[in-house]
Structure formats: C-alpha cells, structure tokens
Design a protein around this ligand. Structure first.
Ligand code: FAD
Ligand code: PYC
Length: 417
C-alpha cells in the first residue's frame, strides 16, 4: 500500500495517477475471526484500527450491509466540539478532540480536520444562562469555551445578523475555538485503509442478519448474507440499526431510532468562516471546502428507519437560516438527505460490555457521534481487547440504566429531540 507523501504524489502525478495501489482489498470472509465488528462506519473502522495498532489484535473482520462510510458517518454535518456539560462527557469528547488534532498523521490520510471554531448562539435568557453554565463547567474541565457578546459574535462570523428586530435576536454566544469540522468520508477511508494495512478484513455489502450464541449463552458468531462466521468476540457499532441487530442476540437496549436530516446549498466562494449552531431557532451551518453551505436540520418527531425525513423540517431549518443570516436569502438548496440516529433516554452514548459474554456495543450517539469518532473508537477498542471499560468510557456503560446514574446531555445535544 502506498505511503502518502509529497514524493509519492509527485511520482504518481508523473504517471498520470494511474498507478496508485488500492486503498483496501475486497475480500471474502474467513470462517472465523477473533473479533467481528458489525458496522463499517467511522466508529467500527476506527475500533478495528485501534485494536490492531494498540492491542495487537489483527484477526478482525469489519462487516457492513452497505458500503463503508455509507451510514451516518457519510451523512453528517461534521461538527466537532467537546463543550458538553458533565465531567464524564467533557472527558470523553475532549479525548476525541485531542485525537482529532493528529488523526491525519496517525492514519497517513488527510481527514481535513479544521479547527475553525464552533459558535453556539443564545437567543433568550434561558440560552444565556445555560451556555454560561456550560462555559464555566467546560473551563473547570480544561475544555476551551468562552462567552462572546453579540458584537463579538458578529466579528467572529460576519454573515450573522445581530439585528434587535429579529424574531429571536442574538444575545451572545459560546465559542469553542478548538472545535470545528473534518471531512467525513476521509475519516472512514483513512481508518479503513489503516486497518486493512494491518490485516483487518473489510467486508462490504454483507448484512449481518443475526448474532448467534453458544448454549452457555456466550457469543458464537454472526449469521450474514454470506453465511455463518464464527467469532470469539462480536462488537456492534451499527448506529441507528443497533437495537435491531442486538435484538437477535436477545439483548434489548434503551434506544429509539429517528431520521435526522441535513442539506447543502449550491457552492459559493468562501463566505462563512466558522461553524454556527442555533438551538433555539434551530439550525446549524458551516461551509464545506467545495463551497456548499452545509446545513443541519432536526429529527422527525416519530421513530422510523426511512432514512429520509419530512419536508416540514427542512422548510423550518431554511427559514431559520434566512432569519439568522439574511444574506443567504437567495441561495438555492442543492440536495437533502437523512440518516437514522439512535437516541438514548439521557442523550449520552453507550460504550459497553453486554450481559452476553463476548458481545460488546457502541451506540446511542444519536445526533452527535461524528465528533466522538476517534475517542469512541479508541475506548471501544480498549473495552473489546481487555473485556473491561477504559476509564473514560466507564461512566457510559449499560450499568447506568440500572443504577440511575444517568448523564443528561440533552441541553448539549444541539439537535432538539
Ligand atoms: P454509521 O456511520 O452509521 O455506521 C454504522 C454502520 O452499520 C452503517 O454503515 C450501516 O450500514 C451498518 N449496519 C447497520 N446494520 C447493519 C447490519 N445488520 N449488518 C451490517 N452492517 C450494518 N454528529 C456530530 O458529531 N456532528 C454533526 O454535525 C452531526 N451531524 C449529523 C447530521 C445528520 C444528518 C446525521 C444523520 C447524523 C449527524 N451526526 C453528527 C451523528 C453522527 O453522524 C453519528 O453519530 C456517527 O456518524 C455515528 O457513526 P457510526 O460509525 O457509529 O455509525
Ligand atoms: O452534535 O454538534 C452536534 C451536531 C450538530 C449537528 C448535528 N449534531
């Protein structure tokens, strides 16, 4: 496999870019693996990368029912931040933000991490109080976040309207400067390439139809579209479809699945310097390197696996964008899509062993798991390898739904649900 470097770029440019080697091979599944990961999104592929790189476990298959990165990893609006309220979340998301800093170097693949800053707008007294509470809590946890006046918000993001005549005027905002965006496909491709180079099999277009258990209850392997595959350990990272997959092993999870939508505009020259989120008016926006405005909408009010979502939400989001950024009034929207997100009762994730020996689950990221990809994958790999939680994901196990020690991050979740 080619090592990407300035030299390899020049060499391949001189031969018309015809001699690049494949990024990962297409393989048929073996009869047995040490670990099978269900779901080739960023979280599943990342877990395979860290299992191979940090725990020396390489006899792994990552199996996906579609193409790798075709789930929420390739459908999200790529916002990365760690400004969550509770200590446990701050540690988990900031661990991810730490890993994002050097991820391109770690993978030898440009994931285009851009820490352009995430600005969360406050539109009412409740927002102001809640965001200031987040700013203070974050700073106590060593997470950068600061309060900006509305004029400072405008300086940081010139397209923003701070007119007092708006329906919900901007009263100020919380800015996390280390936060930003990354290129979502590249994250999946980079992890896939690195894992494959270490011997991991990536098997696409092969649905896992059931998890099988031994008579003693422990995990035996998975039933797939290509037949039964034995495994010592099975790790499920299937986002919106997690509860369906886990049910086949008789494990019920506290999850509900909803469609969440996003859309992009026609491309324009660089005009938008950061990421802006407005929970109250309900829209979030950044500009991609192609020039499209990337705009996030809300979740449908009802559970569904339809992977599209209703038009009223898009209309509401576009109205919100026009209100906060009147200069975008005449922009045309190019396309919209949806993904199925898995939501827990406390809006926090689950990275955990399960009551089934050898079965692990990483889910419940709802509308906000892209930012966590490296941190979730890293701690999930640890949990699988050591059959025990990493100190960072210890508060995020299934136990909390028994003990009642919930981590209520609904206010930090960004998308109302
Ligand atoms: P996925 O990438 O969905 O991977 C799961 C994989 O499992 C899929 O590829 C799927 O095909 C596969 N699978 C499912 N069932 C089976 C089966 N039976 N057999 C085999 N394979 C199976 N998060 C943020 O942090 N910031 C954002 O700005 C943001 N915006 C979002 C916007 C939208 C529109 C959506 C939908 C989500 C957004 N999210 C955001 C959430 C984020 O995308 C997800 O939390 C995250 O990408 C989940 O990654 P994953 O690898 O767990 O899941
Ligand atoms: O978690 O930051 C987030 C987010 C933004 C849009 C969807 N999720």
């Amino acid at each position: 496999m080619t090592h990407f470097s300035a030299l390899s770029l020049v060499k391949n440019a001189l031969s018309g870019h015809k001699n690049w080697t494949e990024q990962w091979p297409e393989v048929e599944p073996k009869a047995e693996y040490d670990v099978i990961i269900v779901g080739a999104g960023g979280h599943g592929l990342g877990a395979a990368h860290y299992l191979a790189k940090e725990h020396g476990i390489t006899n792994i298959a990552v199996i996906d029912k579609g193409w790798l990165g075709g789930g929420n990893t390739g459908r999200n609006t790529t916002i990365i931040r760690s400004n969550y309220l509770y200590d446990e979340s701050a540690r988990l998301y900031d661990h991810a933000v730490d890993l994002w800093q050097d991820l391109s170097q770690d993978l030898n693949y440009n994931v285009m991490y851009s820490n352009r800053g995430v600005l969360m707008l406050a539109h009412n007294v409740h927002d102001v109080q809640s965001f200031k509470r987040h700013v203070h809590a974050n700073r106590l946890n060593g997470v950068d976040n600061r309060w900006l006046t509305k004029e400072e918000c405008k300086d940081y993001c010139p397209p923003l309207s701070i007119s007092p005549d708006a329906r919900y005027p901007v009263l100020g905002g919380a800015l996390q400067k280390r936060a930003g965006t990354a290129r979502h496909d590249a994250v999946a491709w980079g992890y896939a390439r690195s894992a494959a180079a270490r011997g991991v099999d990536i098997i696409q277009n092969c649905a896992v139809t059931a998890i099988r258990r031994h008579p003693d209850g422990s995990v035996a392997g998975v039933e797939t579209a290509k037949g039964f595959i034995k495994a010592k350990k099975v790790a499920v990272s299937a986002a919106g479809h997690t509860s369906v997959v886990m049910q086949t092993a008789d494990v019920r999870l506290p999850l509900e699945s909803y469609p969440l939508q996003a859309l992009v505009s026609e491309p324009v020259k660089p005009v938008f310097p950061c990421v802006v989120m407005s929970n109250a008016v309900h829209a979030y926006i950044s500009q991609s390197d192609k020039g499209e405005l990337v705009i996030g909408s809300g979740t449908d009010q009802y559970t569904s696996y339809s992977q599209r979502g209703g038009l009223p939400l898009i209309e509401h989001t576009v109205a919100a964008i026009c209100e906060i950024f009147p200069m975008f009034n005449r922009m045309r929207m190019l396309r919209k899509w949806g993904g199925i997100v898995d939501v827990t009762p406390d809006r926090s994730a689950i990275i955990s062993k399960t009551p089934v020996e050898g079965l692990y689950v990483n889910c419940g990221w709802g509308t906000g798991g892209f930012k966590a990809t490296p941190g979730a994958a890293h701690t999930f790999a640890w949990t699988i390898a050591k059959n025990a939680p990493h100190p960072i994901n210890a508060p995020f196990t299934l136990e909390r739904f028994r003990t009642g020690r919930l981590i209520d991050e609904a206010a930090a979740a960004a998308v109302a649900h």
